[in-house]
Design a protein around this ligand. Sequence first.
Ligand SMILES: Cc1cc2nc3c(=O)[nH]c(=O)nc-3n(C[C@H](O)[C@H](O)[C@H](O)COP(=O)(O)O)c2cc1C
Length: 167
Amino acid sequence: MKLTAEPDDGLDAIPGFPVVLITVDNNIMTAAAFSFYSFKPPSVMVGIIPENLTFELIAKRREFGINFPTSDQFEEIITCGTASGRDENKFETTGFTPVPGEVIGTSLIAECPLNLECQVVHQIDFGGSHCWFVGEIVKAHIEESYRRDRALMYWNREFRRIGAIVN
Ligand SMILES: Cc1cc2nc3c(=O)[nH]c(=O)nc-3n(C[C@H](O)[C@H](O)[C@H](O)COP(=O)(O)O)c2cc1C
């Protein structure tokens, strides 16, 4: 049997999204509103709440870094998702090492095994809770030993590791 549910319950039931650490300028912010956007040109998108410092910085600089943390960087993920760059320098609080982007003028996180340098190509703002920035990937950095299953997924107060390959 299937229950007819409210729209919010349908949203809550979504399985999850990869947790990313967005860097812009010298700030870091945790986000789960992250998605693939296009193969050609290779592009991704991030949803940012306009009250966050990250929104102000991306809107101004038109670029951002997407850094994929591993599930054992949980403490740093929470710090970057609860503290604001308006109050503290999150590179200093987490101990993460900033490395300059090759193309963009924003720091990336050395300890994250996958980093994407993105330049904003669209801003989607329809007055909802999140404003979406579409970023074209202009450079990527991938650790040799990188494995997708080291990432962390999140949705609706649940953090999960990625499971076994089915096919
Ligand atoms: C697991 C997790 C996921 C989050 N996802 C988002 C998100 O997708 N978009 C967003 O704007 N804020 C998200 N947040 C909240 C921000 O990370 C948080 O408000 C942060 O303090 C903003 O930092 P800033 O002011 O330095 O930009 C998330 C927080 C956590 C813990």
